[in-house]
Design a protein around this ligand. Structure first.
Ligand code: BGC
Length: 795
């Protein structure tokens, strides 16, 4: 096994960290987080301290706070939402012969933690010598269950390894209002809302069980947490259980024989509700706990593995030639699954449930970056995330009315569906989020033909977002349809006219809405859609203005962009990035500098609207102006670099996207993982080197590998058909795994994916001169490990 950067060891199916590094705890708490999309627990040590940032999150559970404005303005959202660290159930404190096990003291003779992508567990082995010389081995394994949504569980074992018996006292806690670092956001109002946010409503303990119910002060949401235990030790066990407002505690004291051990299995159940009473929630978690207890630890582990076996069977990506990238891709897939698996009509936040970053908000990151992966691997999870958007339509309609528009305006950032962005140029004005949601709806429908979803939810989302575009845009005197005064994906430009990305996505939105109404006439009628309205959508789409700079032969990102002054890249030293922290927005906005893929993203999601020559020229033009101050950029640049034939550059970008969190490239992994970048790594592989595109229900492939990789195999599901594509340097093989045969194309050549594998040659590629990036912003040149050497050092 090889040692990668920052202490992770390279292994195809695990993320392993050996040794104790207290300064790295915050980072590993994020990378070692467990979640099922409903519950998220950070990878803190069981004994509670030392700790970087404790965190237990429930999807959708938040506290309100006022939003800060120096100057108020019409339509500014008044209330913000922040994810709350709920009752912590992962704590098991230990006293060894009078000495608390605290790894800041004594000696950690051995310490390692392993996140297992197939087992779905985080495990730990620690051999600790206390300051007084007693030595114990501690083993723990935890899981957040994929199969029992309300359940987490921990198996905890303590054994003396110094040849003598010892007295061991374990305190297994439920702890509410855990002290956390006062002010992570820099805003005292947010800090105040998060200081002891939970008010106790019920506490009870009995036998080996305890339950606590709390309510937030402002949002009025209620949370219940319960724990139960099994304890196994030879003899001398004494226990006591106890509950007070913010603490439930089971204390177990035992004299453990020299060759014996104490084994505690802790089951945890969580539930929350905006409506259910404290007794109802208490019953809910007690019932969930009884279910988990009845299943038992071994069966929970077995269910977890079976769930993951099924996932990997339809989602795995195998990479030959770069073991660290292999690990990073599986890490990415695992965490994206964790973020979305059991969300069930809740959002998928930008950080999933791995940390408090971005206040726990969901952005367009979900629909544009995360849902493609889920749509083609675990489509039900994509559907559930879209059902969440559908459930927030009433708020999106209200927002559109407030903004003087028709239809529905989805929020830039939110937990419950209401807009929480306090910065309108990159919030309210980023209307593209509504087209991104429509795009995800259309993609999901095309990939599944899920007629029920289409009729119940999809059509309504498409119709209401089409209405938004029809009212936001207008036909100019020449008949062209303009969308003025909006912000595209690139947050270094704002309030622009005819952003190509926005216009092309709106165009698709308008057409998809019209098609959905044709498919679902009853639904359309119920939504008061008239034939004239559908005709107006089609006409707006047909007349959509897409600016083009004839002199340069490229698309300006938005009208006038290519006429702006160039940014002085040569005069911008590395420490001045990210630019938004060092330069005024007014100056950034009026120059040709791009934070993140915008026109390049349009060329991916609406690749059908560009010629190959345009793609090549546009790509080169924007490469020279894109600084990647957002983690959402590298993955898209990877996809387009691969398409236009810059394969080695695509490889560099794929590595950057996949290693964003493992190498902590943005120096903020302590706040949670970057779900968009992780999911984007999958797109870089499958849509980049696999060349997978899905325009309007026609799936196609154009695989091609970079020089460093000798092979790549990926699996997908499309319209119920599971299949795999294996790519070598010279050919690609398509093979059906289950389901009906599927028509597709390989570099434009038709083929049928069937049980008999079909291998087709990969056409030769012309040599291309690689484009330039702004000086100092080039991606790190990816050099795969040879098995023994150190990996690339983080940027
Ligand atoms: C990016 C946005 C993104 C947000 C959350 C920002 O830095 O510019 O596009 O939605 O982060 O990931």
């Amino acid at each position: 096994m090889t040692q990668g950067p920052l202490g992770y060891q390279i292994h195809p199916w695990e993320l392993r960290w050996r040794g104790l590094s207290i300064s790295q705890l915050e980072r590993t708490e994020s990378t070692f987080a467990l979640s099922n999309g409903h519950i998220g627990i950070r990878g803190t040590l069981e004994e509670g301290e030392p700790v970087g940032l404790p965190g237990t999150y429930l999807n959708g559970f938040y506290e309100n706070h006022e939003l800060p404005y120096a100057e108020a303005g019409y339509g500014y959202p008044e209330s913000g939402q922040t994810v709350v660290n709920v009752t912590d159930g992962k704590i098991i404190r230990l006293l060894i012969e009078d000495e608390p096990l605290d790894m800041r003291y004594g000696t950690a003779r051995h310490h390692e933690r392993v996140l297992d992508f197939r087992a779905g567990t985080l495990s730990r082995v620690t051999e600790w010598e206390s300051p007084t010389g007693r030595v114990v081995r501690l083993k723990s394994t935890r899981l957040v269950s994929f199969t029992q949504r309300a359940i987490a569980a921990i198996r905890y074992e303590v054994e003396p390894i110094d040849g003598q018996s010892m007295q061991v006292v374990a305190q297994s806690d439920l702890l509410a209002n855990e002290p956390i670092e006062a002010d992570r956001s820099g805003d005292p109002r947010v800090a105040a809302a998060l200081q002891a946010p939970l008010v106790g409503q019920f506490a009870q303990a009995e036998g080996y069980r305890a339950v606590l119910v709390h309510q937030t002060r402002n949002s009025g949401l209620r949370v219940a947490a319960a724990m139960d235990h099994e304890i196994d030790v030879q003899d001398g066990l004494r226990t006591r259980v106890h509950a007070e407002e913010d603490l439930g505690r089971l204390t177990a004291a035992a004299e453990v024989a020299a060759d014996g051990k104490l084994v505690i299995t802790k089951y945890l159940a969580y539930g929350w509700s905006a409506q259910r009473s404290a007794p109802a929630l208490r019953s809910q978690v007690e019932a969930a706990l009884a279910g988990a207890h009845q299943t038992g630890w071994d069966a929970l582990l077995a269910e977890q593995r079976e769930y993951l076996d099924n996932f990997w069977a339809s989602a795995d990506v195998e990479i030959e030639g770069d073991p660290e990238l292999q690990q990073a891709l599986r890490f990415a897939l695992f965490h994206v699954l964790q973020a979305g698996a059991r969300g069930e009509t809740r959002a998928i936040a930008g950080k999933g449930l791995t940390g408090p970053g971005y206040d726990g908000h969901a952005f367009w990151d979900t629909e544009t970056f995360v849902l493609p992966l889920l749509t083609y691997t675990v489509p039900d999870s994509a559907r559930d995330a879209l059902r969440w958007r559908h459930a927030t339509l009433p708020l999106a309609r209200e927002r559109a009315i407030q903004l003087g528009q028709a239809g529905a305006a989805f929020p830039w950032r939110s937990i419950n569906g209401a807009e929480c962005s306090a910065y309108w140029p990159a919030g309210t004005a980023a209307f593209h989020v509504s087209a991104d949601i429509a795009d995800a709806v259309a993609r999901y429908y095309n990939a599944t033909l899920d007629h029920d979803f289409d009729a119940e939810c999809g059509t309504e989302i498409l119709v209401e977002t089409a209405r938004l575009w029809n009212s936001l845009g207008h036909h100019d005197q020449h008949g062209g349809f303009r969308i003025d005064g909006v912000t595209g994906p690139d947050e270094y430009s704002a309030i622009v006219d005819n952003n190509v990305y926005t216009n092309l996505m709106a165009q698709r939105n308008l057409r998809e809405a019209a098609d959905a109404c044709d498919r679902n006439p009853d639904r359309a009628k119920a939504l008061d859609v008239t034939a004239d309205e559908v005709a107006s959508w089609r006409s707006a789409a047909d007349k959509m203005l897409i600016p083009y700079d004839d002199d340069l032969g490229v698309h300006p990102q938005a009208e006038g962009f290519t006429e702006h002054l160039d940014w002085d890249f040569a005069g911008t030293p590395e420490e001045k990035y990210p630019l938004l922290l060092h330069f005024p927005y007014f100056d950034i906005y009026r120059k040709q500098v791009v934070k993140q893929a915008d026109l390049v993203l349009a060329m991916f999601l609406r690749g059908d609207a560009f010629t190959p020559e345009q793609k090549l020229r546009n790509f080169d033009y924007y490469e020279a102006r894109t600084v990647r101050d957002s983690s959402l950029s590298a993955c898209t640049q990877a996809v387009l670099a691969a398409e236009v034939g810059h394969l080695d550059l695509a490889y560099d970008y794929l590595a950057e996207a996949a290693l964003t969190d493992l190498h902590d490239l943005h120096n903020n992994v302590r706040n949670g993982l970057h779900m968009a970048s992780l999911a984007g790594a999958w797109s870089s592989a499958v849509s980049g080197f696999g060349g997978m595109r899905d325009y309007g229900g026609t799936i196609s492939f154009a695989p091609r590998l970079p020089a460093a990789l000798s092979g790549m195999t990926f699996r997908m599901v499309y319209r119920g058909t599971h299949f795999k594509v294996s790519v070598s340097r010279t050919e690609a093989t398509y093979e059906l795994l289950s389901g009906a045969e599927l028509e597709t194309t390989h570099h434009g050549e038709k083929l049928t994916i069937s049980e008999k594998p079909v291998s087709l040659a990969i056409p030769e590629l012309e040599d291309r001169t690689p484009p330039r990036q702004p000086p100092g912003r080039e991606p790190a040149r990816r050099v795969p490990l040879d098995g023994n050497t150190e990996a690339n050092t983080p940027r």
